[in-house]
Design a protein around this ligand. Structure first.
Ligand code: 6R9
Length: 648
């Protein structure tokens, strides 16, 4: 970012102090920053003591062969024991671990004692199917309790899971199975989405037929829909899991034993299998869940709306909350089935106190209207979280006002599949929050913003987000490709982890994320962030969502092209586009004024809710579309392209 344009951008002056009662009883107070700064490794060693170790670690970090870290390497522990059994042993077996809410309205509450028996049975079943420590297991499931049970059963055995998002195609599944060399796949007949059963098994059949390594497919019956059956390969979950003993002795695994592989969708090239290991990962997900959400396991009801096929589901549905003995909601379906108040109704039903979702969902709810959440009792909420993309100040304000009764603190949490756990976020009892900013690295985390030459930028300037010290839940490598791990993350700035995100520091030194650096636009010599132009557009009352790309332009290198979804009621008459261009120019300066603005009905998003700007750039530059396999709904692109001539 050039400083000149930065001075114009996002003059956000609203500030919100933490609620006094929350601050007074907060799990983590301001001292944590100072404590961690004076002894970072001592701080993490102390956090590791949140876990139950079979063998306590004596060495916190081995960084003798960077960028390959070993955390707590001489310690041993079992992740499933930490997430389930120890809570039962501590007398909390009757506490609900999971309130499952099926999309059709079926529900089931599972206590920690029940979860312990189910995980033991599933682990015994996997052993019967030949799964051994170290074997990889692919998981391709809907959002149902058996998915959590399956992941914990794998963790218990030390068999790394590779969860593949249930919306991905047979192709994507096959590539991931092959890359991880998974021998067993756990799936279901289907799951409920948008009011109807949506099949999963056919994709597994296709992927397994194409692979010569898949030996067994374990199938949960969820929807009861017809499935093709291969007697050699397929096994019903209820046949094999149900008849197992409901106890299983957990083995203590090395802290650096692989826990899971999770593929990042990656906009280009082969997907990267991000490898996470046992002790450091669990330490940081447990700590961050405790600190960032202020979780009180006896009284809170936590709800993270992510899918388990995304890292957020791994860290803040499965491992963080369960390691902390939390009670949480697990919801199977879409937020607008059977009506647009389903989430708010669910919050009221279970008395949810901590709610964690993505900006894309918040913007969808804004579009549906303020009157919808207003119909439900949301007074149980005390912390709201956001993750996945920069949250536009306007969406932040809406979230606070309409979901948080203008009082509940919002934590905007920056992190990645690669970081494993939250890295930059306000603390709800400490930080005075600013709409749109993730603000401060958590205690024990070293993050900053650097320029092209790796120099830290002064306050008020922008550049690249980097992490300057290793952290416990960092990825250990890219599965099977140490060189690609070094190249991708550690070669751009020597000795620093390059996250791939643009960021700026404001006058207080707080961090504002500006989107992926590939998405930064160069307009007449100025670097302009897509995020800031989008936020300016969304701050206009007629705009619900915006996606901005830079299209090649002979005069200005790149020209700003914006795609906008209008709010209900707003009409796309001739004056509106001009009005929006003027609005952006007023907010950010004339240089940021979009050359073209196209109202559209939907935007292309990945399954985790991120806008696929790459595809919009293809449209804006009149190219054939690139890979659309990670898109939620490929029909969206047809609609956008169909609009193109009229909008030009
Ligand atoms: C957890 C997750 C990682 C990328 C990341 C960044 C974007 C995530 C954000 C955010 C701004 C936040 N991102 N959280 N940007 N503010 N609070 O999303 O992991 O799917 O690997 O995506 O998402 O661009 O680099 P992942």
């Amino acid at each position: 970012m050039s400083n000149e344009s930065l001075a114009n951008l996002l003059k956000e002056e609203r500030r919100f102090a933490p609620p006094a009662d929350l601050a007074a009883a907060a799990n983590v107070t301001a001292d944590a920053y100072a404590q961690a700064a004076s002894d970072r490794l001592g701080f993490w060693a102390e956090q590791a003591r949140r876990l139950s170790w079979a063998v306590e670690p004596t060495e916190t970090l081995d960084w003798s062969t960077p960028p390959f870290a070993k955390w707590f390497k001489d310690g041993k522990l079992n992740v499933a024991y930490n997430c389930v059994d120890r809570h039962v042993e501590a007398g909390n077996g009757d506490r609900v671990a999971i309130h499952f809410e099926g999309e059709p309205g079926d529900s089931r509450s599972i206590t920690y004692a029940e979860l312990q028996r189910e995980v033991a049975q599933a682990a015994n079943a996997l052993v019967e199917l030949g799964v051994e420590k170290g074997d990889r297991v692919a998981v391709y499931m809907p959002m149902i309790p058996e998915t959590v049970v399956a992941m914990l059963a794998c963790a218990r055995l030390g068999a790394p899971h590779s969860v593949v998002f249930g919306g991905f195609s047979a192709d994507a599944l096959a590539t991931r199975i092959a890359d991880a060399d998974a021998r067993v796949v756990i799936t279901s007949d289907g799951g409920y989405r948008r009011g109807k059963p949506s099949a999963l098994k056919p994709a597994v059949d296709e992927a397994a037929d194409r692979s010569d390594q898949v030996r067994k497919v374990l199938v949960v019956r969820r929807t009861g829909q017809e499935v093709a059956w291969n007697d050699e390969r397929d096994v019903w979950w209820h046949d094999i899991v149900g008849r197992q003993a409901d106890t299983h002795t957990p083995e203590a695994h090395d802290a650096e034993h692989p826990l899971f592989i999770l593929y990042t969708s990656g906009t280009t090239g082969k997907p990267k299998g991000i490898l996470h290991t046992t002790g450091g990962y669990l330490t940081q997900v447990a700590y961050t869940h405790h600190a960032v959400f202020d979780l009180k396991p006896e009284t809170d009801v936590f709800w993270c709306t992510a899918d388990v096929g995304w890292v957020t589901g791994h860290s803040y549905i499965v491992y963080g909350p369960l390691a902390n003995g939390a009670t949480q909601v697990l919801y199977e379906g879409t937020p607008d089935t059977p009506h647009q108040g389903r989430w708010w109704e669910t919050i009221a039903k279970y008395g949810v106190t901590i709610f964690y979702t993505a900006p894309t969902a918040i913007r969808a709810c804004m579009k549906w209207g303020d009157d919808i959440p207003a119909k439900f009792d949301l007074s149980s909420l005390r912390v709201l979280g956001s993750v996945g993309e920069p949250i536009n100040p306007e969406a932040w304000m809406w979230y606070r006002k309409h979901i948080g009764a203008d009082a509940v603190p919002i934590v905007d949490t920056w992190w990645q599949t690669e970081t494993g756990a939250i890295m930059i976020s306000p603390l709800p009892g400490v930080t005075e929050t600013k709409p749109g900013s993730a603000q401060v690295p958590l205690p024990g985390i070293a993050a900053t913003v650097v320029d092209d030459d790796a120099n830290e930028v002064p306050n008020g300037s922008g550049g690249y987000l980097v992490l300057t010290e290793p952290w416990p839940s960092m990825l250990r490598t890219i599965w099977g490709d140490d060189e690609r791990y070094k190249d991708t993350y550690w070669s751009r700035f020597e000795g620093k982890y390059f996250a791939g995100d643009g960021a700026k520091k404001d006058e207080d030194g707080d961090i504002w994320l500006l989107g992926r650096v590939d998405d930064v636009m160069l307009v007449s010599g100025h670097n302009i962030s897509t995020t800031e132009v989008e936020s300016a557009l969304v701050s206009h009352p007629k705009v619900a969502e915006a996606a901005v790309v830079g299209a090649t332009d002979p005069q200005t290198t790149q020209a700003i092209v914006a795609f906008v979804i209008l709010r209900g009621g707003a009409s796309e008459d001739d004056g509106l586009v001009e009005e929006l261009r003027a609005h952006v120019a007023k907010a950010l300066g004339p240089i940021a004024k979009p050359k073209r603005i196209m109202p559209v009905a939907e935007l292309p998003k990945t399954r985790s809710g991120k806008i696929m700007r790459r595809l919009l750039r293809d449209v804006a530059e009149n190219r054939t579309l690139g890979d659309v396999t990670t898109l939620t709904d490929s029909a969206v692109m047809d609609l956008i392209q169909a609009k193109l001539p009229a909008a030009g």
